[in-house]
Structures are given as structure tokens and as C-alpha cells.
Design a protein around this ligand. Sequence first.
Ligand code: BES
Ligand code: MN
Ligand code: ZN
Length: 494
Amino acid sequence: MNIAVEIGDFRQIQTDAVIIPILEEDLHNDLLLAADSALEGRIQSLLNLGDFKGKHKSTAVLYTNGTINAPRVILIGLGKFSELDTEKVRQAAGQTAKYARDLGITSIAVPIPPEAQDEWIQGAVEASLLSLYEFKQHQTVDDDDNENKKLESLTLLVSSDSEKTTLERPVNRGQTIANGTTLARDLSNQPSNHLTPTQLAQKAEEVATSTGLKCTVFDKATLEEKGFRTLLAVSQGSAEEPRFIILEHTPEGDDKETVVLVGKGITFDTGGISLKSGSGMHEMKHDMSGAAAVLGAMQVIGILKPNLHVFGLIAASENMPSSTAIKPGDVVTSYGGKTIEILNTDAEGRLILADALGWTAQYEPKGVVDLATLTGAVISALGHIAAGALGTDDALMEKVKKAGDKTHERVWELPLWDDYDEGVKSTIADVRNIGDGTSGTIAGAAFLKKFAEGYPWVHLDIAGTAWGMKGSTYIPDSASGYGVRLLVQLVEDW
Ligand code: BES
Ligand code: MN
Ligand code: ZN
């Protein structure tokens, strides 16, 4: 969908529908009164009848019968002003875009009041675009339901040049961030036979070329040479080679702090020899959602060029059972030299991250955030609402929480006290890759902690939020793109 800012009047503009956002307790504001008088009192009639009250996300459509140029006016409720925040705006915008799409119309225009905040505009742009998301690459015929239903343009109407200029920044950022989130969703939704580690690395190179990021990819031979033995161990059961992807954004000036984003990129997780059960296994095509979020965020970072040195690292592999696969009981040596007893080959995410986190130390980062669909246990703890956050640094944890609050990508901290270290002790190696069967999400993080040494670190377990989220107008229940907006916010607010 194309988004434009134009100077104009809602009475004159040629569009399929004019959108009027309405606050629940503010039914007498200038815009509403102007719209009502242009429509010869139709809005007032609707309000008097009690058919529309401005409740959050409520909608009503009015037919203008030639009183203004647009044939329709769509009212969208924003709820109470005292409760209005950026997320309420996003939800309302997502609701409106879908409503318009389902009417089958192609263009909408929204008069923007001068008091609208930048975050609301950015949020509305993001949510309008993201609410219309569909993954249809593999359908050769469009299903009837959505045939000819393409909302093509959204016009933000303002009344002056200066208002237009003010809107440009949040509109552009909203579009860029929505595109990054869409990229992450597309990658996550992509079946594993269409997105192997090699193809994921190619995608990263494309993103780098188009945005000006630097991209380095380690193939199997390079990984062997450099000693990424744990990543190699996970991939050894697969015909597909692993890849390690390094994306880098270098700002102007060489005195900038370094932040590293790390993503789990298991393009399919069968569990390996510790095979998963069949039901729902297809969902494990999403097991690279952490990598997708990092790549999506790096695309945005490449375009917005924040004043911070940012690395995006992705460890990519399949996890397959075969005669060459790792077996329970095997011991492997990680990048940093620590040995790992693999007691369950289905705890593979933490294995590939062990190498990635070990590699990270050389950048001497001021903050490292990894995103991984690491444990089913985080879904039992937090549902499909919040990511589990665990880390070694309170200040970094605060930053991550703040970013998640702003973008409404919920994070909830779980403890990572030393008391949990006992659970991942091995009798024959330095560490083992599973805990004692309790507090699975914390056990996963306690394992990772052994490899995230020498820098502030936060781990986000996104197994519950990467897909299967419900109740949002702009997040589908397939891949959510969770983490892209949060990571961008974190980097920008650094
Ligand atoms: N990718 C899975 C975690 C997962 C499960 C994500 C369900 C989303 C939905 C991960 O590799 C895994 O298999 N974890 C195991 C760890 C266990 C063997 C210690 C799990 O959660 O069961
Ligand atoms: Mn697994
Ligand atoms: Zn996995």
C-alpha cells in the first residue's frame, strides 16, 4: 500500500472513503463538527441514536450522497483520551485498514489533527501496513474471499506545508519499520524447502547490498577452519550446509559504541535423533524467527543509519536425524573452547548460539541481545503474549524492557540467578545442554550464560511470540515479525 502526505480538505479529496478518528468523550471536536455539517447532520444522527460511541476499534460507515467528494465516511473509535496511547492508535489503524480492505475499496484518506504525536503517526503507518500482511507466495490462484480486495493507497491529509514536513519523518520511519517486519514475517513463514541456511545467507547478502550494510558469510569450510564446532555438530545430520552470517552497520566516526544482535536460525527443527513428535512439527519451519527478526531489524538499521555500531549475527542450520547426526551423549567443543555434553539433540538452538555468543566477545560490545525460539516452556509460562527475557546486566535489561514497552512487543523478565547453574552441570563435560526438566526457559538461558561472557547480555526467548499471537489487529497468527520493532527501538534509543 502506498502512503502519501497531502495538503488538502477532506471535503474535496477524491478517495473511496474519508476516515474520521473519534475519541469517546470528545464528540464535539472541530473535525467531527466540520464532518457533521458537511454531511448534513448524518454523524450527529448516528451519535444520537447511540449507534456509534467512539469506543476503541468500533467502526461505522456513512454514505455521503454527494455532500462531499468521497462516497463514504468511515468513523473509527479511538476510545477515551485518558487511555489513548500509541498501541491504541496502532490497533485502531490496523482495524481501519482491514475494514476498508474488506469493503473492497482501494483508497482511503485520513485528516490528521495538528496535535497528533509523531509516535501515533509512525504507529498508525506501521499498523496500517502490517494489518494487511498476507503470505501468498505459494498460491497460484487467489482465493475468492480476497479477490480484488487490495487497499492501494492511504493519504494523510494536513492543512499546511509545515504540518506536511512534520509528518514526513514518522511516515518514512513507519514505512521502513513495517517493511523490516514484513521481511521477518516472510522469512519466518517460508517453508524450509524454500529457505535453507544457504538461502537465508543469500537473503542477508541481498539486504546488505540494498541498504549499504557489510555482509560476511562463513560457509562450512570457513566454519571448520574457525572452529564453530557446535554449529557444525548441529548441522552434521543434514544435507544442507550451515551458514554463519555477519551483518554490520558502521556509523560515521569511530568512537561509537557497539551493540550486537544475535538470531537463532534453525530453518527446520525436527529435534534430530531426539525426534519431535509429528503433530505440529511443520511449525518448526518458524524456528529461524530469531534470525528473521535480526535480519529484518538490520534492514531497517541499514536504511535509518543510527549513530551506533551494530552487528547482526545469525547462526543458521537445519536440525535433522540421520546416520551422520549428533547423538544424545555426544560431547562437542564450542567456539570458545568449552565442552558440551549433548543430552538432547532437540535442545539445538542453544548449541548453535553457544558458538555465536562465543564469537561475539571479540567485538567488545556494550550490549548483546539474542533472540531465539528456544523453549516450549516459555509458552507455558507466558503464553503467546510476551517473550521471556533473561540476562546478566540490569541496565541492558531495562533498555530492552523500555523498547518493548514502546513497541508493545511484550517482554517479561525471568530470573537467572546462579542457583540455576547447577541444573546444566555435566558429569563428563563443562556443561550439558539440558537442565533437570524444571524451569525449561531458565535452564536454556543458564546454558547460554556460560557462553555469553565478557559483555552485558540479554536473551529473549521468543518461542511464544514468533507466531501464534492472537488478539491484535495488525499481527496475524502466522509469523508475527516479533522483535524487529523492538530491536530498532533499542538501537535508536541507545
Ligand atoms: N525450537 C524448539 C522450541 C520450540 C518449541 C519453539 C515449541 C516453539 C514451539 C527448541 O529447539 C526445542 O526443541 N526445545 C526443547 C528443549 C528441550 C529438549 C530441553 C523444548 O522446548 O522442548
Ligand atoms: Mn529443538
Ligand atoms: Zn529449535
